[in-house]
Design a binder for this molecule. Sequence first.
Ligand code: SF4
Ligand code: MG
Length: 336
Amino acid sequence: PDVLLEVDNLHVSFKTFGGEVKAVRGVSFTLREGETLAIVGESGCGKSVTARSMMRLLPEHSASIRQGSIRFKGQELTGLSEKQMRELRGSEISMIFQDAMTALNPTITIGEQIMEGIIRHRKISRAEARKQAIEMLGLVGITSPETRLKQHLHEFSGGMRQRIMIAMAAVCSPSVLIADEPTTALDVTIQAQIIDLFRMLQEKTGVAIIIITHDLGVVANMADRVNVMYAGEIVESGTVDELFRHPQHPYTKGLLASMPRLDTDRSKPLTPIPGTPPDLFAPPRGCAFAARCSNAMEVCGAHAPERTAHSATHSSACWLHDPRAKQVFQPPIASN
Ligand code: SF4
Ligand code: MG
């Protein structure tokens, strides 16, 4: 399948009173037609910032893309005007958020809202837009969509609101859906239904999905490939199978040991990763995970690891797997 989206060496910073926070530091990945790519990591790792950069939905006054490129179907997005971006948003790339009540307008009916979205991008009549809105609401599992169209967001349950947000995002048949923690606020049963809905939508329309989550259960149930982010960088990427069966980076292994998953024995005790992520005002010179890593060696603190390939689809950035580390290899400095 063709490459839809290509992010290359992306750096994003935030200006704060305390100085510049380097939230995303050299992130690169591709998204192909029809696939589901997960970006997983703890809160503050830069996964949401990466997603918002692609939509250019970062706070304008404080955030800036410092370096790198984001190409969509070959077109560079970082230099586009807000007007050009507005044409792409919703029609080519759509975003789904954690909370529909803040992402959508609770004061107008959901019908008006979906129709507005359609009419903004397509030159069609209101009657035709209404027909499409009804069809789409039916597709995402809203029963009696003709009646529901006249209702407001607060008249729906949390799961139904997510369905409505997905309907809005998908109604103009975008090639890419970016979903930022779309199931985090929902209970497990509803979560599974929303994941099924994404799958069905992808089967029906071929849309490519980027799912941003901290939940490895969601990753296992939804994604084809995964990028693991830590402190603004991708530390490991691979297929779901490679990541879950043969994790290579100590951080990925730590995540797997510390997070409850839908597909594993929930009675097994979870081991949290000790310590906290580094300060991104002044990111460490070497490996960003070194302070928390039980495998850390002297080289880790001095030099940032580069990516090493484990297969055509699997790579990680860790000195443990880099043959070049041997030249500067030192005995472990941390133990447990
Ligand atoms: Fe641990 Fe070193 Fe690998 Fe970083 S590079 S994850 S500190 S072993
Ligand atoms: Mg987030």
